[in-house]
Ligand binder design. Sequence first.
Ligand SMILES: C[S@@+](CC[C@H](N)C(=O)[O-])C[C@H]1O[C@@H](n2cnc3c(N)ncnc32)[C@H](O)[C@@H]1O
Length: 272
Amino acid sequence: MPPDRMSPQVFAILSALVLDRCGMHFDTGHAPIFGDKVAARAQEAGFESLLDYYYFLRYDAGGSKELDALIEALVVGETYLFRELPPLEAVVNELVVPAVAAGRRPRIWCAACSTGEEPHTLAMLLAARGILGEVEIVASDISTRSLERARSGRFSRRALRQEVPPFAAGLLEVDERGIAVARRLTEAIRWQQVNLIDDAAVAALGTFEVVLCRNVLIYFNDKTAREVIDRLAGRLTGGGTLLVGVSESLLRFGTQLACEEQAGVFMYKKVS
Ligand SMILES: C[S@@+](CC[C@H](N)C(=O)[O-])C[C@H]1O[C@@H](n2cnc3c(N)ncnc32)[C@H](O)[C@@H]1O
């Protein structure tokens, strides 16, 4: 039997559990979709009562693993190749190319890469400039399922929503079954599961000249977003840059990072 309908009380305690584990914030407006996804997951795990499911998640030895599975079901992995391309091109042209020319080996972290379209796009931009091997790219996400797909280097046709730009010609193959990215791009990226809420896991990554964290902060409440921004800022080298999504701004969070415009793109710089 499918589980009972989610009461406001159970919504409150279950959404608090999810918030605490991964930072994703569901307000009462999201209650119906949250309820559907939790109910489907609870049924799969063999629960008829959502309150029992909550107690299992919270107190049972297997609860932590099941909470990870629930979060897999709740994350929104919407992404596609060449998404918000001009800011990525600006990062490459204004920051990465000069760093390589200056003899450095810049480290770039794509901090919530979903199924990998964003870091693969970055890798294509670097390959087209002949500097893919001069750069270290780390791509992470909380979702191990998304990362598995990212590591395959294969995408559905939905991952391509525009013409293939000239710089990417020869770096991917498109046929009726989908898109396959050149293996050397996928292999140039270090894929890793990282929860942005986990201080120690984030700190263990080291420091970066560039951090991309695009279209992720929108899923967090202000408090969590502020904490994540501080955590990411802590991973930047002096003079390093954080790039967020085109519809996101850090200004209302009062960040220590300085907002700068480069090549028409707003970026956030760690003033050393
Ligand atoms: C909408 S996708 C953005 C993908 C890509 N950055 C882009 O702009 O196309 C949001 C991603 O954030 C990830 N995410 C959500 N909460 C996270 C957390 N606490 N730690 C790491 N990743 C998280 C989700 O798994 C999802 O893949």
